[in-house]
Design a protein around this ligand. Structure first.
Ligand SMILES: [Fe+2]
Ligand SMILES: [Fe+2]
Length: 245
């Protein structure tokens, strides 16, 4: 992914420079465009960063992966959908700012009580975003809607989705976000879930293919696999350059 420091180091008048710089180091150009335009997103990302650095880095990476997908999907998504999707990708875990970071980063198995605490976060995200942008709030609330482990409970998502979503369906953008979110959490060796349950890239792909069964889902999984290998290649090149110098 492009990581051009010159292009991405931007000053926001009256905002914290250090924050802008750390975004610049971690964001692809596309995700950065949204951050550049929307002060609300920058402020919420800063809240996340101040609460828990790990969730902040995860949010940026989900943003990067989504920016990659948006480029690859081209006309398959409308301009408005792209905007909603990238904004949701960056802020989907905002609700974790109301969960104790010790629980968020616990490496051991979670107790049922801790699990219940964590499972409140999509609903908390919904309430934090609804007044700013109801579409982004609706996509974000369903980012853990998998066939085998669905939260928040379906009654709630049906309620917040209202007329838009038939009860048996998860919105197209929420499904994309759910796939990206799972892929990131499982493939990043620093995330608590992958520490508790490490998997090879092939096992991750198999698991996603079992969880997300629509034809459109398969395309997203395929593109994310491409992203994964591209990123790996870039890192290997960077490492070998560093060894030469
Ligand atoms: Fe989440
Ligand atoms: Fe997430």
């Amino acid at each position: 992914m492009p990581q051009n420091q010159e292009q991405t180091a931007i000053h926001y008048p009256g905002e914290n420079y250090e924050f802008s710089l750390s975004l610049a180091e971690n964001c692809s150009d596309n995700a950065l465009d949204v951050i550049r335009e929307k002060k609300f997103i920058r402020e919420r990302l800063l809240d996340i960063k101040n609460h828990d650095e790990e969730t902040f880095l995860h949010s940026l990476e989900v943003g990067n992966m989504t920016a990659f997908l948006i480029n690859k999907l081209g006309d398959k998504l409308a301009k408005k959908e792209k905007e909603i999707l990238i904004s949701s990708a960056l802020l989907h875990d905002y609700g974790k700012t109301s969960v104790d970071p010790e629980i968020l980063n616990k490496r051991e198995e979670l107790t049922p009580k801790e699990l219940m605490e964590i499972e409140k976060h999509p609903t908390a995200t919904f309430h934090a975003l609804r007044e700013w942008n109801i579409e982004v709030a609706k996509v974000s609330v369903a980012h853990h809607e998998h066939q085998d482990h669905t939260y928040p409970r379906k009654e709630f998502t049906d309620y917040v989705m209202g007329e838009r979503i038939p009860s048996e369906e998860v919105d197209k953008l929420s499904r994309i976000l759910a796939i990206v979110d799972s892929f990131q959490a499982m493939s990043d060796p620093t995330r608590p879930s992958s520490i508790r349950n490490p998997k090879t890239i092939n096992e991750i792909i198999d698991e996603l293919n079992k969880k997300f069964i629509l034809r459109e889902d398969k395309e997203i999984i395929f593109l994310l696999e491409e992203y994964y290998y591209e990123k790996l290649n870039n890192e290997e090149k960077k490492n070998s350059k560093e060894q030469i110098h």
